[in-house]
Design a protein around this ligand. Structure first.
Ligand code: BES
Ligand code: MN
Ligand code: ZN
Length: 484
């Protein structure tokens, strides 16, 4: 799908030849003398349309309008959230139609934020997964033009960033949606290498031998029950000078989580193929970086393996030694995400990072706490927390800060090791974060628990591509901060 931004008056938009013309009308819209203004005016007077959010009207073959189909959509005051839901609604209408080309024109003021909202909503509304279908349905929409009365540099930059963001989101969706037998640790490693090769950044994929040499005993203990060999993926994007400290992104890459010996119930276990959503989001961010080429340094780390029950699998009560030297009593083999992340967090130290952000479908408790709207965000520094919260708001990929009080770590005490891998049920998202915190003492650190936001269940089952938007927005804000 190709996006372009054009400066267009409503009169010019009317003349454009396109399959479908979507007109976003805000309450402050002043009708002119062009054919579209006249249509809006007539429909409003007839009370068939208003600029209220959620209102829409379709029309066909209007004199003086090039498009076969016209959709008028109300966007109320034209806030990003209104534009997003208006465009999403219009896209739902297009899904079954034969629309290859669409022009979305803002009747009323547009801004950088509303442009971004429109681009994201078009992509979201028309995404189709097809990789493992015998006859995949292709996305019909191939050309999307956004028309605005005028575009300043900020709008042009944001537009370019949004288009790159969409490519990252869709890359993440693709890998997260793939069934576990089509997205093994080996295949994830190959996907990372393919991305690196096409874009010219560096990628190293370590296997069991190298990981053993590094002393990642915690990560290795999770992979032990699986016939699929583990992979540790290291991606390096260098857009700034070498001496510039990188941001390190660490993505949980459990390609399937059965729970291991502490096995999960059968219902909805298929959804545990999405347990590499954090890893997919790291790959997605790298996809976006290669499109946008911002002047920042970013390292991506992905520990990838399956969590399976087996004769060789790690057992409840086993004690393992992490790369940091800390010993861990594994009381529940289903709390495996933290076991693979802790070694990656130790590995991250070598990059002397500006910040480390891990992204993980870590706890069911986070789903209970925040549902599917906001990801859980934990941070050791206030400025990092604020930057992530702001980035989430801007990218409409929300998060919410959760606490890291040391008292929460009491739940992780063990009689047989330095730390246990689980606390009780109380504050489960926080005790998981406190476990990780022990391994993230050497740099500013944030943890995003995306268990509730990385995918949707039910009839709309599928990956969301979150939090690629939040992460990319954060990284781009770092680029601007670095310029000063
Ligand atoms: N991948 C799961 C977390 C998860 C569960 C995400 C449900 C989305 C929906 C994780 O590995 C896990 O199993 N966590 C356990 C931890 C518990 C054993 C302390 C959980 O949340 O139940
Ligand atoms: Mn688990
Ligand atoms: Zn898991």
């Amino acid at each position: 799908m190709n996006f372009e931004l054009k400066t267009l008056s409503l009169a010019a938009a009317a003349k454009s030849s396109t399959d479908t013309l979507i007109v976003l009308i805000s309450e402050s819209f002043q009708a002119g003398k062009d054919p579209l203004s006249e249509l809006i005016d007539k429909a409003t007077k007839a009370k068939d349309f208003s600029a209220k959010a959620g209102k829409s009207l379709q029309a066909y073959a209007i004199a003086g309008v090039g498009a076969a189909k016209i959709v008028l959509v109300g966007v109320a005051q034209g806030k990003p959230a209104d534009v997003k839901s208006a465009v999403a609604g219009a896209m739902a209408g297009l899904k079954s139609a034969e629309t290859a080309k669409t022009l979305i024109v803002f009747a009323g003021a547009a801004s950088a934020d509303t442009l971004q909202a429109a681009v994201l909503a078009v992509a979201e509304g028309t995404y189709v997964y097809g990789t493992t279908l015998s006859t995949p349905k292709a996305r019909k929409l191939t050309q999307v033009t956004l028309g605005v009365a005028s575009a300043n540099q900020a709008m042009k930059d944001t537009f370019a960033a949004s288009v790159a963001m969409v490519q990252g989101i869709e890359f993440a969706k693709e890998w997260a949606n793939r069934p576990a037998n089509h997205a093994t640790p080996t295949l994830l490693g190959k996907a990372a290498q393919g991305l690196a090769k096409s874009a010219g950044f560096s990628c190293e994929v370590l296997g069991p031998k190298e990981v053993a040499k590094l002393g990642m005993g915690s990560f290795m203990s999770v992979a032990k029950g699986s016939a699929e060999p583990l992979r540790f993926i290291v991606l390096k994007y260098q857009g700034a000078t070498k001496s510039d400290a990188p941001v390190v992104l660490v993505g949980k890459g459990i390609t399937f989580d059965t729970g291991g010996i502490s096995i999960k119930p059968a219902a909805e276990m298929d959804e545990m193929k999405f347990d590499m959503g954090g890893a997919a989001s790291v790959l997605g961010v790298f996809k976006s970086l290669t499109v946008l080429k911002p002047k920042i340094n970013v390292v991506g780390l992905i520990p990838a393996c399956e969590n399976m029950p087996d004769g060789l699998a790690v057992k409840p009560g086993d004690v393992v030694t992490s790369m940091s030297g800390q010993t861990i009593e594994i009381l529940n083999t289903d709390a495996e995400g933290r076991l693979i992340l802790c070694d990656a967090l130790t590995y991250a130290e070598r990059f002397k990072p500006k910040a480390v952000i891990d992204i993980a479908t870590l706890t069911g408790a986070c789903v209970i706490a925040l549902g599917a709207i906001r990801s859980g965000m934990f941070a050791t520094e206030d400025d990092l927390a604020e930057a992530l919260l702001k980035a989430g708001n801007e990218a409409m990929d929300l998060c919410w800060r959760m606490p890291l009080d040391d008292d929460y770590a009491d739940a992780l005490k063990s009689n047989f090791a330095d730390v246990a891998n689980v606390g009780g049920r109380a504050g489960g998202a926080i005790t998981a974060a406190k476990f990780l915190h022990r391994f993230a003492k050497k740099y500013p650190w944030a943890h995003l628990d995306i268990a509730g936001t990385a995918w949707k269940g039910g009839a709309a089952k599928g990956a969301t591509g979150r939090p690629v938007g939040l992460l990319l927005q954060y990284l781009l804000s770092q680029q601007i901060a670095g310029k000063k």
